[in-house]
Structures are given as structure tokens and as C-alpha cells.
Design a protein around this ligand. Structure first.
Ligand code: 5GP
Length: 193
């Protein structure tokens, strides 16, 4: 990690891999900032506008895209909604010495960020098994059967792409261990317990 610049940590992983819980833990670290993507889907229960996402209409999203404000926008591993990460936020974060800036995107987004010329560590959060992933998705209760089947089908393909990209694969069988492994990879000191 460079001392005079921020570090980019890209986190991807299938829905239900526990990505969000991992990021919630990392967020508590004083040197971590989590990127807020722009999204066109409605907020889920408990999600806060401006914290989890900046929620906008499709028209507003397309206007922002036209203005060139995104580093990348989502491609295939999402759900018909549009997601994008802001160039301005990323550049500001990289200018802050010692900061670790987390971007949570799909695997194609991870590839596109690096193709856009940004260096960063890509961590892919993998569920322990397909069965565990299926149980987590059902328990979450936000998807119907068809959506669950689709997500399961995509998960393996996402992992394949992440491996192809040289991502660090972190198996999330135990949350604290997964978080520790990521902190190690990024040179973050442990949080006081
Ligand atoms: P969800 O709707 O479940 O919050 O997110 C759906 C998917 O969109 C997840 O895989 C998430 O990582 C991805 N995603 C969220 N924000 C962005 C973004 O700015 N860019 C890209 N490429 N994917 C995103």
C-alpha cells in the first residue's frame, strides 16, 4: 500500500455471499471509506439513501452516464436495474493518504474499474457452498423462486470470472475470519475488540 495515496479495494461476490456483512464490519475501521453507488432500484427495508446507495430514477441515471460521471456502470450480473460508481468519489478517495476505499460491485464492474486504469486489489467473497448460498437467499426473502434460481446459476460463473481476473477469493464461512483475511491483504491494522 502506498503511504501518500489512498488504496482501492474492490469487493465482489454473489448476492447471499455475505458481502454486505463483511463490508459493514470493515466500515468500522477508521481508515476505511465505503463507496456509495448510484442505483435505479428502490431501497430495500433498512437501506438508507446516500449511505447504501444514492437512489435515482432511470432517466436521472442515464443523464449522469451521458455526462461521463461514472467510472463504470453495471453490465450482466445484475437484475435489470442500473448501478454505477462515481468517478469524483473515487478520485477524491485516492487522493487521501492511507485511506482504504471500498467499492462493492459485480465481477464485471471490478474488471471495468481496472480496465479504466485504476489499480486496486479485487477480493471476491465466496459462499462456503451452493447449499449455503441457497439457504441464505431464501432466508433473506427478497427474491422469488425464479430470481433465486437465476442468482444460483450466476454465482459459479461470477467466481470463474473473478478467478480469471486474479481476484483474491475469500470464503465467507465465518464472518470474522473473512474480515480478518481482507484486513491482512490490505494492510489494515486489527480493530480493537
Ligand atoms: P443489490 O441490488 O443486491 O444491492 O446489488 C446487485 C448487484 O449490483 C451486486 O452484485 C452489487 O455488487 C452490484 N453493484 C452495486 N453497485 C454497483 C456499481 O456501482 N457497479 C457495478 N458494476 N455493480 C454494482
Amino acid at each position: 500500500m502506498s503511504a501518500d495515496r489512498g488504496t482501492l479495494l474492490i469487493i465482489s461476490g454473489p448476492s447471499g455471499s455475505g458481502k454486505t456483512s463483511v463490508i459493514e464490519k470493515l466500515r468500522a475501521h477508521p481508515r476505511v471509506r465505503v463507496s456509495v453507488s448510484v442505483a435505479t432500484r428502490p431501497p430495500r427495508e433498512g437501506e438508507v439513501d446516500g449511505r447504501d446507495y444514492t437512489f435515482v430514477s432511470r432517466d436521472d441515471f442515464l443523464a449522469m452516464k451521458e455526462e461521463g460521471r461514472f467510472v463504470e456502470t453495471n453490465d450482466v450480473f445484475t437484475n435489470g436495474n442500473l448501478y454505477g460508481s462515481l468517478k469524483s468519489e473515487l478520485n477524491e478517495a485516492l487522493a487521501e493518504p492511507g485511506l482504504v476505499y471500498i467499492m462493492e460491485v459485480d465481477v464485471v464492474g471490478a474488471r471495468n474499474i481496472r480496465d479504466a486504469g485504476y489499480e486496486g486489489l479485487h477480493v471476491f467473497i465466496a459462499p462456503p457452498s451452493r447449499e449455503v448460498l441457497e439457504t441464505r437467499l431464501r432466508r433473506r426473502g427478497t427474491d422469488d423462486e425464479a430470481a433465486i434460481a437465476k442468482r444460483l446459476g450466476r454465482a459459479a460463473e461470477e467466481r470463474r470470472l473473478a478467478e480469471e481476473d486474479g481476484a483474491v477469493i475469500v470464503v465467507n464461512d465465518e464472518l470474522d475470519r473473512a474480515v480478518e483475511q481482507i484486513m491482512d491483504e490490505t494492510g489494515l491494522s486489527p480493530l480493537p475488540s
